[in-house]
Design a protein around this ligand. Sequence first.
Ligand SMILES: [Zn+2]
Length: 365
Amino acid sequence: MMFSLRSATNFQFLLRHTPLFALALSLALSAGCRTAPRPGAAAPRTGDEIMVAGQLFHIGTRVVLWTEPGGYDAYRVERRFSPIEKADWKTSHEEVKDLSSPNRYNIRKSSLTPEQLEEVRGGGWDLPMLQQVVDQFVIHFDVAGTSRQCFKVLHDFRDLSVHFMLDVDGTLYQTLDLKERASHATISNSRSVGIEIANMGAYGSEEKSPLADWYKHEGNGQTTLTIPEKLQGGGVRTKNFVGHPAKPTPVKGIIQGRELIQYDYTPQQYEALTKLTAALCKIFPKMTCDYPKDASGKLIPHKLPDDELHNYHGVMGHYHIQTNKVDPGPAFQWDRVIGNAQKLMTGGFTPAVEETSKGGARSKL
Ligand SMILES: [Zn+2]
């Protein structure tokens, strides 16, 4: 029907005399504005998202992506911390013998058909295909102390990569999309997501240990994390952060049959890890929110037999995969992380970090 002067007049008449019609029209127009963003309109992040196959997922705690200022980008081929004129791949390859490829990551290809591999080799994955492939979450300690140091070791010296780094203040860094096969856990690389948690590690009584440089026992029974001065703050994102291990005295325990001693992780790390764990177990349906247990329900503190490892799908330590590894160590509180992550997944847990010192971070998330 043609739009005539007469119909325009009828339209104005309707607007004037039927308030309901005017209301319906304005609602329709405003809804239209919301669903059709203008070209060039920004789509802001809120800052708690991780990236999985190009999609963003909220996890409820601060995440610094590799694309952000202050982030760590595992896609780059040059060294991050060498002098810039020597950072290019060719010079890096010549100077560091352990760097064998400009890419510190690869394609998750072990369980793909040739047709699927052809689909993803250009870089693209859809989420359902990735959900079929990823079923393990591997937890490491970094023996670097802070995430900046960790990235330096992995990327500039070791030819390695990991999806997440968790710093002492609870800041979570994602260094590449979870569609990538990061190099952190040998035979589990193709099927796993990895995280390096900032912590100086676990030591036997016969070993030389750096722990005395990193922890100071206060007179009041508390223990403070003391990042050595040569690291210039270690790159910790929270200004003036003062960290404390969740337990004030070092924890002893047996991993791979060896008695080890280790300081606990910080409450901020436990809180962020719990949220990430819950999110990953939601995003990847094949990943069970649990850790390796024996028949009596106790933690298995050593490498899983090959067939059990093959069949295991859930959260695990690096030591469940390799006999030469002991991370995340005897101090790691599996029940705290898994128990609270399970509650988060069902909506029954509201994490809160208790204020442990004047400088300590406080969160009610
Ligand atoms: Zn490890």
